[in-house]
Design a protein around this ligand. Structure first.
Ligand code: HEC
Length: 118
């Protein structure tokens, strides 16, 4: 086993590590200090914008973003839900509710589910 082979293996390892990190960075503003706030798929489901930063800051504290992306709703539905999250302890400022509810209703609209009446 010569040194070249060992270095080659190390290089392959660090390239795949870079690909994984690059993917996470491309899909969201997850800060390394706080760790991942949701899967890359969930982060990609939220379009870029100022509201995304608010959601990542205030809505991934108790559960990850995947929880949110699995849900859908109207502006009213999201408003009610955000108010329920505030009662549970979420720190999102109340004046940001209308913008964030509109943003979430746009990104995650109501979806018909099998168990819902049509
Ligand atoms: C203080 C902790 C906490 C924070 C912060 C928080 N949540 Fe939640 N969230 C919960 C808990 C507990 C549940 C599960 C129980 C429930 O549904 O009330 C939940 C469930 C959910 C669900 C799935 C159930 C449902 O009601 O559809 C969604 C969507 C959701 N949260 C969105 C949000 C959003 C958006 C924010 C940011 C404004 C947020 N959460 C911030 C505690 C929190």
């Amino acid at each position: 086993m010569n040194r070249m082979n060992v270095l080659g293996l190390l290089r392959v390892g660090s390239i795949s590590a870079m690909l994984i990190l690059g993917d996470a960075e491309a899909n969201g503003e997850a800060s390394p200090a706080r760790g991942p706030v949701g899967s890359a798929t969930a982060l990609a489901a939220l379009p870029a914008g100022p509201e995304k930063a608010i959601v990542l800051e205030h809505c991934a504290v108790c559960h990850d973003i995947d929880w949110i992306v699995r849900s859908g709703g109207t502006v009213q539905g999201w408003t009610d839900r955000i108010q329920r999250m505030i009662r549970a302890g979420a720190t999102i400022p109340r004046e940001q509710i209308p913008a964030v509810a509109a943003y979430l209703a746009r990104a995650l609209p109501p979806r018909l589910r099998e168990d819902e009446p049509k």
